[in-house]
Design a protein around this ligand. Structure first.
Ligand code: TXA
Ligand code: MG
Length: 351
């Protein structure tokens, strides 16, 4: 199969490919997604094959409008509907994914047999236009090979999936750069299953206003405990709430080291060259000690800015440039960013 690179003005062509059962990648504000019509079981199945994704990892359903969710989700109990409406008003369309009770019409391959369906309303105009043109919600996991960093440009998608999907729409670079925040509001205590650019503080404000307790961070518990290759995983009693969190994720081929100070970064760059250092923009400014020491002392060291927006692109660049090591300087401001730290920790846990 030849993968076509489509322009934003080719949305109608992309929609026709999707309508006829193909997989098409498209930009969202978080990362590029690999789309299929939610009610076309064969097309959904093909996504798992193209990505090499384990079949027990469910997909997110992307809707253009609030009323579209009725096609895939059962009505919420009244007490939860209030919280849903408040979250929707505050954050949607945008980088928030909410678990809802699944309608039986949704093929079980979409939700990996779970009774819930994850729903998101992307903000990106191309994503919205595409869903509207198809006339049906689209499932869309991140458009990368399973286990690799998520794609934040059409070129990243081609690197991973060329020849495996019908087309990708080139909408430039994604503004946010890491995947959406995934939440569960169906239990007594609302939980964050995957941290994202919408923070727990922002979510808590809405929850508390609606008379709910603050969100609990479920994914941190699970991702810390469960490793895909761990022989101990059987000893963990409860199944992970968000199945994707148990798999290794976001890892480049280069080894990823996490350090806390510029001195440690400099020492690691000496030891594990050729290396890439990722640090906050402020740290990389020219008068800074890290720039002086680490970057100049070893000629093969390169440095790039560390942010939610740039992390995945940098990890991919390290592999393209055949660097052995990515050194991530996670100082206090980075450590306070739960979503970024979640992705860094996973990248550092290796392939
Ligand atoms: O920002 C995003 O969410 C991107 C863009 C393309 O929208 N999509 C994305 O999809 O990151 P994916 O498939 O890479 O990640 C979906 C995550 C996985 O961790 C999966 O386990 C979880 O959402 N998930 C999906 N349905 C679920 C469900 N019913 N219950 C619990 N977790 C679910
Ligand atoms: Mg993914």
């Amino acid at each position: 199969m030849t993968t076509r690179l489509l322009r934003p003005e080719d949305v109608e062509e992309a929609a026709e490919l999707l309508r006829t059962g193909n997989n098409v990648a498209f930009p969202t504000e978080t990362v590029y997604g690999l789309g299929a019509r939610v009610f076309n079981e064969k097309a959904v199945q093909a996504i798992f094959t193209a990505k090499g994704r384990p079949s027990d990892n469910p997909l997110i359903v992307h809707c253009a409008e609030k009323r579209d969710m009725m096609l895939v989700a059962e009505p919420l109990p009244l007490s939860r509907q209030r919280l849903f409406d408040a979250l929707f008003a505050a954050f949607c369309p945008g980088p928030l994914t909410i678990l809802l009770p699944k309608r039986s019409a949704v093929p079980s391959v979409v939700t990996a047999g779970l009774p819930t369906v994850a729903v998101r309303f992307p903000h990106h105009p191309l994503a919205q236009a595409l869903i509207q043109a198809v006339g049906e919600p689209l499932v869309a996991p991140s458009a990368n090979r399973s286990g690799y960093p998520s794609p934040t440009s059409a070129q990243h998608v081609l690197q991973d999936l060329e020849g495996r999907i019908a087309a990708v729409i080139d909408g430039g670079e994604c503004i946010i750069g890491i995947e959406s925040t995934v939440v569960n509001i169906l239990d007594d205590t609302p939980t964050i299953l995957r941290p994202g650019s919408i923070t727990s503080e922002e979510l808590d404000m809405v929850a508390v206003q609606c008379g709910f307790p603050p969100f609990r961070a479920a994914s941190l518990i699970h991702s810390d405990l469960i490793r895909a290759d761990s022989t101990h995983s059987e000893t963990i009693e409860s199944a992970p709430l968000s199945p994707g969190m148990k798999y290794r994720h976001y890892a480049p081929n280069a080894q990823v080291l996490v350090v806390a100070t510029p001195d440690e970064a400099a020492a690691a760059a000496q030891k594990y060259a050729p290396a890439m250092i990722l640090a906050r923009e402020e740290i990389l400014s020219h008068e800074n000690i890290l720039a002086q020491r680490a970057l100049l002392e070893h000629p093969t060291t390169v440095a790039h800015i560390l942010s939610q927006q740039s992390l995945y692109a940098a990890l991919r660049r390290a592999d393209n440039e055949q660097l052995h090591t990515v050194i991530i300087l996670a100082d206090d401001p980075i450590q306070r960013d739960a979503a970024l730290m979640n992705r860094i920790t996973k990248a550092a846990s290796g392939r």
